[in-house]
Ligand binder design. Sequence first.
Ligand code: CU
Length: 321
Amino acid sequence: MSIWPEQFPLFPDRATAIARDIDAIYFFGLGVATVFSLLIAGLIVFFAVRYRRTSPDEVGQREQAPAWLELVWSIIPLGILLFMFAWGAQVFFDARRAPADAVEYYVTGKQWMWKFQHPSGNREINELHVPVGVPIKLIMTSEDVIHSFWVPEFRVKMDVLPGRYTDLWFEVDKVGVYRLFCNEYCGVEHSLMGGRVIAMEPADYEEWLGSGQPQTTLTKSGEQLFEEKTCNTCHLGRSFALGPSLNDIFGTEVTFADGSTAIVDENYLRESILDPRARLVQGYQALMPTFQGQVDEEELVLLIDYIKSLSEGTGASSTGN
Ligand SMILES: [Cu+2]
């Protein structure tokens, strides 16, 4: 019976091509280190015995190693290390650079859960279904503290930071269920912040996408979020509304309290959500609280997408952002 718990194998399975590359270089490095450690330790013991002092009169003499020997023991290790450097750099670049055709998924880390958004609009928490044989790129951000996305079987790991995006990619080549960990201590329930990546045949994945909860487009999700955040209480254009109506505003010109104007585009909407008092629309008071820290980047995209949809009937279009 093994003393090692089965669910935490000492050497996890390899489920991506990168995992095999990384293990190959890892074992090569381990092998080189082992050979040289044994060689050096063995020679120390051998020389200690072979050249030990046998009588109190013996006095050591200075030895000069021949030049060829010095060159040999310098050039051979240098060659091995440069080879490992070049190989390691190649694997590193392969692991870091997602292929151009990678499919983008959104990941949000939060104390203490993982939230996933599929391109189709499907959402999951602590479980990520992916097709095998397809390069998957995760675009990740955090709503609070630093987390880290880690799947041992994929041999990839990346910090997930608040206020910015990081990314990671993998292409699973074996159908299976793989454990997902948060690998950055992030609070009391850090050890519970995990989940599963479920790799399926592409046809099964398509079927999974269509089953369960109906697919929700970005716009639809944005509408739900708009209500969830109670944006609708002030922005529905009713006569008693406290904020300007958002119907048909996208692409139009808005006038501020100081008389300046701006075209309503994505950047303006973003600013208005995160810093509503930066530019106050004429005729309204500074009542809206900031949503900085209350909506993450992906939710911001949803809200902006929904607000844009409120102007679709007017033929308004993006101003180029
Ligand atoms: Cu975490």
